[in-house]
Each structure stands twice: as C-alpha cells, then as structure tokens.
Design a protein around this ligand. Sequence first.
Ligand SMILES: C[S@@+](CC[C@H](N)C(=O)[O-])C[C@H]1O[C@@H](n2cnc3c(N)ncnc32)[C@H](O)[C@@H]1O
Length: 334
Amino acid sequence: MRKYQSGLKGLGRRGTLLTDVHSKSRFYPAPVLFLDDMQENDFDSISMTARFVAYWRQYTDIPFSKDVAGHIHAGEVIETFLGENHIAPSEISWYAPLFEVRYKSIVEAIRRKGIRQVIELASGLSLRGLAMTRDPAVTYIETDLESLTKEKAALVSVLRQKYALADYGNFHLSSANALDREQVLSAAGRFHKDHPIAVVSEGLFPYLTHQEMDTVVRNIRDMLQMFGGVWITPDFLFKTDSTRALASRRRVGKAIAKLTGRRLHATLFEDDGQLQAYFDASGLRVEVLNQVDLAQHVVSPGVLKLPVSIIENAKPMLHLWILTPKAIGDAVSS
Ligand SMILES: C[S@@+](CC[C@H](N)C(=O)[O-])C[C@H]1O[C@@H](n2cnc3c(N)ncnc32)[C@H](O)[C@@H]1O
C-alpha cells in the first residue's frame, strides 16, 4: 500500500484543457485535449502505469518479469488501483496476453532486422535490454524519466546479484525525457556511429498530446538520421479499434486517465491512411507488421486459463510499426 501511494506523486497536476491546437492540420481529427506545459513532473504521473504493465507480465515467461513484479509489490499496487475503481482483476486479465504479445513481437522484430544497437524510450520496468544483452554482441540502452530510472538501477543490481549476471558493459540505463532532444541524443551517444540502431517505444505514445507526439517523433527521426536504422513501436491506435474496445478496457482507460491526468489516446488516428500520411510528413517510411505473427510461444492464456481465441480476436488491432527515415533530401517537415 505504501509503495502505491508513493507512486502517486504528481497526481492531480493536470494540464490546461484547451481545444485542439492541431485542428487545422490535415492529419488530425479535432478532439479536445489536455495541453501540458511540458514540465517533466507532469510525465512522472505516467510512471505509475509501468507498474501495471509489470503486474500483468508476471503471468508470462518474459525474463525477470516475476522478479520485477515481486520487487515493486505489483500485486498490492494493482489491487488498490482496481479496488478504488471498482474493477475486478479477472475482468481485465486479458491484459496479460496482450502485453506478452506486444513485448515478444518487439524482441522478434529487433532480431529479424539484425540490429544490435537498441535504445528504448520510456522503457518503464521492462527489462528487455537486460535480457537481450546476455548476448555480448548486443548493446541496449533503456531510458525513462529520472526517478523511474533510479528505481530501476537498484532493481537491476539486485537481479545481477541474484542471477550472477555477467556484465559485458553492453547494458545501460539512462535518464531521458523522450521530449528532450539533448537528453535523448546524449543517451544514444554510446552507440557506434557506423552501425544502425533500433529505437523502441512501447506504451508511451498513448499518453502524449499531439504536440508532444510531434516532438518525440522528431527526436526519433533525428536519431535515426544520425545512425540509420529503424523505429519499432506498437503505440498507435485507430478510431475504429478504439470504438471496438471492450467495455472493461474503456473503464480501465478512464481510471488511468484520472490517475495520470492525461487523456489516453488523445492522438487517435482515423485510419491507416491518416497514420501513413503523418509518418510521411514526419520524414519516415512505414512498414506495418502484426504483433501476433511475430510473437512466439505465448504462455499467459494457459497460465491464467484464458481462451486462446483472445489473441486471435485481438489480432486485427495488434499492429507493430517499423519506421525508417527517408533519405536526406526527401521532403521532411521540421
Ligand atoms: C505504460 S508505461 C510503459 C513502460 C514500458 N515501456 C513497458 O512496456 O512496460 C509508460 C512509461 O512511460 C514513461 N514516460 C512517460 N512520459 C515520459 C517521457 N516524457 N519521457 C520518457 N519516459 C516517459 C513512464 O515513466 C512509464 O515508464
């Protein structure tokens, strides 16, 4: 309980409610959104959601997921959150397979691209980097906000001891606000300039406003133009998918919006065409894969006794976007 409350710092600090500053853009619908004043503290309230993901990952075989959930007392955290919002854990246990598929599809996408330098933005309590750098040929930089990164560093040293993990010097934790170009580029400064990189973002964009999304996309594009490589993300949602979402998912969404002070999925895209046009204007070429086709050996439905059909039913919504920078000289908005 104490952990849960301490994680709530920053709660209630909402941005100003404004009408959409992008309403004139040809790429966006014109919803009302929260425009934040872009102070880092506003983002700290989102960090709580990393604990929720960590909770559901413990029902998978993702490396270290049970240790992470135990270390942060994820059971108590989720119990309190759901209790306060009158949601039964069993109503939303399908989150486990969705998060499992999402995580595993990204691992597989990195592998298929043959890229060995990875930077993850907003990596939360996920430890894909720690797992993947057991291969000394892979360099992985996990980044997130400062307070979460400090907490994660302590967790990683516990895990290193517990499993006697060899330290090849290829796993790094760096504080970086994804909106801060200097911080992001400085974190990527460890990479070899002559090898391509993969930038990963998993579960960050749903919390951003249009303006913030534009900033992060520009930062990612700039990194890719420096090193070459790909941006891998499952983070975008179409309006049609959102209206099809289960009632329980909508209730969780509302509760998370209340907790974080953020309107979830403020950046919904009408459809694939609108998203492609957005990427195009951002200087990125797009390849769309499906998470389910990439994720191998999904175990959580068995662990939680959920129907396997849960994944097939969700499959049409589970995209994974692979973005590459257009050649310099192509038209790019700055
Ligand atoms: C839903 S969690 C996802 C965490 C992780 N990617 C995962 O899948 O478990 C969202 C994460 O975004 C981080 N975050 C929010 N705003 C951020 C920002 N401006 N820069 C970097 N990280 C941010 C939070 O601290 C949190 O860890």
